[in-house]
Design a protein around this ligand. Structure first.
Ligand code: GDP
Ligand code: IMO
Ligand code: MG
Length: 435
């Protein structure tokens, strides 16, 4: 079986963690290829006694919860080593085996100075801030592109590490002291901070691109799981209100070293409504009681920062855009249960920008900022759908909603989420079936 990429279709938090977990026992490798601990994936697993175990993952791919799967942190990820080992220790304490984890020698590490810079830059931007997670993600990717980043492999040669930290701090201390009025950071402090993890890290480090190519040659199934989502992608998202990596499917090629010709299917996770954390345009945002209903019913508070998520109706212009830029073969529609109990369910089908109808994403970001959604209102349903396991179990109005959205987004909806639990899904088409 070739490689599969799983991405978010909107602004993140669509339920990618749950979707990955769903495939868990049928995959051999699960790869995180972009982002870092800005991501937050919640996975809820029902126990044999009926209780529910909840796991919040940030840096480790969600597939780590399935015994036997090899989790991989690939070259496109930026790693906060303290968070990595905290997460590993947390899972080990709960009986999850993390011993198979592989880490790319080319992945970059987040140094303390980049966390500081993320926070002070946001404060300095004031009303123009991005609303980042403050985890040092943007500055670390900026260093990568500026060729002053620190890679995992640099940690194994102290003199090289010291030279690289010195080079980075030469510039950063100027900024921190002269522009932001902060204290200068010592080279030694940073070197020691990074070196403390080196012996724990050593056995995990590999050429993960090679490892994955060999796995694919053997016929193993490799799932690449994106952090963030299409509209947070640095090239294809709502720039500058984006994260600093490529979160679309193509990001798996550069971020994991898997060539495009080996990718067979692309699964996009689409929430039955829309949420966004941080600043930036959001045409279907609801600032009224309906928004509050979605936030409360859907428990829309950030897994990483705890911030309330901005909420709005589903936007099929965005769904169609995601299908196009990712090459989506299957959608997973999540959180359909959250819409239960609404008289009417509005679905955004196009935008009005200064009197002109736009069926596709406007070319200019300013137009997107001014876009007013054009809605079609569908009939709601009141039945509890959380026990539905077959498509026929869903009420007719619910199926009409699914089929209406499907007709607009240009790829089939293969799985429907009806609750947070691993088993709370309706499968219409097998996601791993050979196409
Ligand atoms: P991710 O970042 O894309 O992995 O998503 P998050 O984990 O940040 O947010 C999705 C939230 O929705 C999590 O709390 C999941 O447990 C929950 N969730 C996922 N699918 C469903 C669903 O179908 N119904 C409900 N009610 N909750 C879901
Ligand atoms: P998952 O993987 C939702 C948002 C931040 C901010 C912007 C830039 O759980 O879907 P950054 O710290 O990345 O520089 O912040 O991106 N953001 C996310 N929003 N889900 C995420 O991840 C996010 N990761 C980053 O809120 O607006
Ligand atoms: Mg999340």
């Amino acid at each position: 079986m070739p490689a599969i990429v799983l991405v978010g279709a909107q602004w993140g938090d669509e339920g990618k963690g749950k979707a990955t977990d769903l495939l868990g026992n049928r995959i051999d490798y699960v790869v995180k290829f972009n982002g870092g601990n800005n991501a937050g994936h919640t996975v809820v697993i029902e126990q044999p006694d009926g209780s529910r175990e909840k796991y919040a993952l940030h840096l480790l791919p969600s597939g780590i919860l399935t015994p036997g799967v090899v989790p991989v942190i690939a070259n496109g990820v930026v790693i906060d080593l303290a968070v990595l080992f905290e997460e590993i220790d947390g899972l080990n304490a709960r009986g999850i085996d993390t011993s198979r984890l592989l880490v790319s020698s080319n992945a970059h590490v987040i140094a303390g100075y980049n966390k500081t810079l993320d926070k002070v830059t946001e404060r300095f931007l004031g009303s123009r801030r991005i609303g980042t997670t403050g985890r040092g993600i943007g500055p670390t990717y900026a260093d990568k592109m500026s060729r002053i980043g620190i890679r995992v492999q640099d940690l194994f040669d102290e003199s090289i590490l010291r030279q690289k930290v010195e080079a980075a701090l030469d510039v950063k201390n100027e900024l921190l002291v002269k522009m932001y009025n902060r204290r200068a950071i010592e080279v030694d402090e940073t070197v020691q901070e990074l070196l403390q993890y080196v012996e724990r890290l050593r056995p995990m480090v590999r050429d993960t691109s090679l490892e994955l190519a060999q796995a694919l040659d053997r016929g193993d199934t490799v799932l690449c799981e994106a952090g963030q989502a299409t509209l947070l992608d640095v090239d294809h998202g709502t720039y500058p209100y984006v994260t600093s990596s490529n979160a679309i499917s193509a990001g798996a090629c550069t971020g994991a070293g898997i060539p495009p010709t080996r990718i067979d299917s692309v699964i996009a996770v689409l929430k039955a409504y829309t949420t966004r954390v941080g600043e930036g345009p959001f045409p279907t945002e609801l600032l009224d009681d309906s928004g509050e209903f979605l936030r409360k019913t859907g428990a829309e508070y950030g897994t990483t920062t705890g911030r309330p998520r901005r909420c709005g109706w589903i936007d099929t212009v965005i769904g169609r855009y995601a299908a196009r830029v990712n090459g989506v073969t299957d959608f997973v529609l999540t959180k359909l249960d959250v819409l239960t109990g609404l008289e009417r369910v509005p679905v955004c089908v196009a935008y009005d920008v200064d009197g002109v109808r736009h069926d596709e994403m406007p070319v200019s970001q300013s137009d997107f900022h001014h876009a007013t959604p054009i809605y079609e209102e569908l009939t709601g349903w009141f039945e509890d759908i959380s026990h539905a396991r077959r498509y026929e179990d869903l009420p007719e109005a619910c199926r009409e909603y699914v089929e209406f959205v499907e007709s607009r987004i240009g790829a089939r909806i293969s799985v429907i989420g009806v609750g947070p639990g691993r088993d709370e899904v309706v499968v219409r088409h097998d996601l791993l079936e050979n196409r």
